[in-house]
Structure formats: structure tokens, C-alpha cells
Design a protein around this ligand. Structure first.
Ligand SMILES: [Zn+2]
Length: 133
């Protein structure tokens, strides 16, 4: 897995991990410039404000770019997912045949257990959604 593996639990990311513990996916949004960003941190990367709020994400997004790693036992998908709130997040698309994925495929966040830590937000292809044309 990738993406949230790099987000250390710290005072700056506590709200994110507290939400994850409750099965919620939240994103930081700046009170000054009103932009949402990823990854969780204590300063807005757009205007450098430290006035941040946390907002529930829809968990919806689409594949911005992806790669299939075929090293190891099973292939897995590393993807940049463009969240509907704007930020682009590096993560994994799981439980999907890599041959069915393309740029623009709609995905939704799904939490999966992780060894020795809280569940991590990854992405799945909802069966009711079809790729955006
Ligand atoms: Zn800002």
C-alpha cells in the first residue's frame, strides 16, 4: 500500500486519523483561501495559513493516472486519484482487474485493515459506476 503510509500520526494529522478510526474520510480545508488539500498537514500549501478545518469527503474521485506494478506475487495498482473535492491523492486501486482500469475511471474510497495501524483509505471501482467517457 502507498499514500497514507507516509502520513505519520502527529498533532497535525490527529483529526485525520481520528476520523479514520471512525470510518470517515476527511480532508483539510483552509479557512482563508477556502481550498481543500491533500495530504493532511498543519499548513495550507496554497497560502501558508495555519487556519484549517476538516471536512467530510464524499470519497468520490477518478483515476488521474495509474501504473500496474507486476513485481512480486500479485500485480497491484498505484494510482493518482483526483478527488471530487479537488486534491489529487496517491493511493492504490484495489479489488479491480488492472486491465479494466483507465484514466477517468470513477473510484470511491474504501477502508482496508492495515497491520499494526488504523485502517487505510484506498480506492475501489464501484460496480454501479462505469468509466467516464
Ligand atoms: Zn489557504
Amino acid at each position: 500500500m502507498i499514500g497514507t503510509d507516509l502520513i505519520e500520526e502527529s498533532p497535525e494529522t490527529k483529526a485525520f486519523w481520528d476520523a479514520v478510526a471512525g470510518g470517515r474520510f476527511v480532508l483539510p480545508r483552509c479557512r482563508l483561501c477556502h481550498r481543500t488539500h491533500w495530504y493532511p498537514r498543519g499548513i495550507c500549501p496554497h497560502c501558508f495559513s495555519t487556519e484549517l478545518d476538516w471536512h467530510e469527503s464524499s470519497g468520490d474521485g477518478e483515476i488521474y493516472s495509474f501504473s500496474v506494478n507486476r513485481m512480486g506475487n500479485e500485480p497491484y495498482v498505484v494510482a493518482y486519484v483526483a478527488l471530487s473535492e479537488g486534491p489529487i491523492m496517491l493511493s492504490n486501486v484495489i479489488d479491480a482487474d488492472p486491465l479494466t482500469l483507465s484514466i477517468g475511471t470513477r473510484v470511491k474510497v474504501a477502508f482496508r485493515p492495515a497491520i499494526g495501524r488504523l485502517p487505510v483509505p484506498l480506492f475501489v471501482v464501484p460496480s454501479v459506476l462505469s468509466p467516464k467517457l
